[in-house]
Design a binder for this molecule. Structure first.
Ligand SMILES: *Cc1c(COP(=O)(O)O)cnc(C)c1O
Length: 219
């Protein structure tokens, strides 16, 4: 079942789009099953849960992606091994990731989380906030992080036109980021179980899929 879904999804991906299997709230055995089917990128959204799975699966070489809101006091647990942090949602967090990355002797790639959905949420930069931060230049002093692109979530709605508009705004911001600030930024992370086809149409390079692969979350 897990293997079949991974196969179905990866078969449908155009060149340049990769699948992050979102394994949050699923046991390490489910990750083993996906890994055996060839999946290598896994997304988790809680630092302690990721830490535990990282230890339980030390015999494998998954690429761990952090996709949830990350509290600054938890960065130290994942800094030694996390591959990409999709959810860099504040200047304060980027400063802490930089600090912990330098301690670990690493450069950690991060995606700027852009808030484009209609729901009120505390997390993510508005376009204006993101541009103000980029203009501040603060991030340029950080030697332990690189801003590798943009992450966004669409509104939680059945209105596919609205979802497409949200992804489109993220895409336009991503293009502006590349044009005016970071020509090497390569990743646009968007698309979940319910909306990944639209996200790919709108230029996603990383889709983050949980439920479609692993079923309903288990705890
Ligand atoms: C849980 C989660 C996903 C996966 O959502 P599904 O609907 O289960 O595919 C993707 N992105 C983020 C940020 C998440 O928290």
């Amino acid at each position: 079942m897990i293997a079949e879904e991974i196969h179905n999804i990866t078969q449908a991906l155009p060149a340049g789009v990769r699948l992050v299997a979102v394994s949050k709230y699923h046991p390490a055995d489910a990750i083993r099953e996906a890994y055996a089917a060839g999946q290598r990128l896994f997304g988790e959204s809680h630092a302690q849960e990721l830490q535990r799975k990282h230890q339980e699966l030390a015999d494998l070489q998954p690429e761990w992606h952090f996709i949830g809101h990350l509290q600054t006091n938890k960065v130290k647990y994942i800094a030694p091994y996390v591959h990409l942090i999709h959810s860099m949602d504040s200047p304060h967090l980027l400063a802490e990731i930089n600090k912990q990355a330098l301690k670990a002797g690493r450069i950690i790639p991060c995606l700027l989380q852009l808030h484009v959905a209609e729901e009120e949420t505390k997390f993510g930069f508005t376009t204006d906030e993101a541009l103000a931060y980029l203009d501040s230049g603060e991030w340029q002093q950080f030697k332990g992080v690189s801003i590798a692109g943009v992450m966004a979530m669409a509104s939680n709605t059945d209105d596919t036109r609205r979802i497409r508009e949200d992804f489109h705004r993220a895409r336009l911001f991503f293009e502006q980021l590349r044009r005016d600030y970071l020509p090497d930024a390569a990743e646009l992370s968007m698309g979940m179980s319910g909306d990944w086809h639209i996200a790919i149409d709108e230029g996603s390079t990383l889709i983050r899929i949980g439920t479609q692969i692993f079923g309903e979350r288990q705890y």
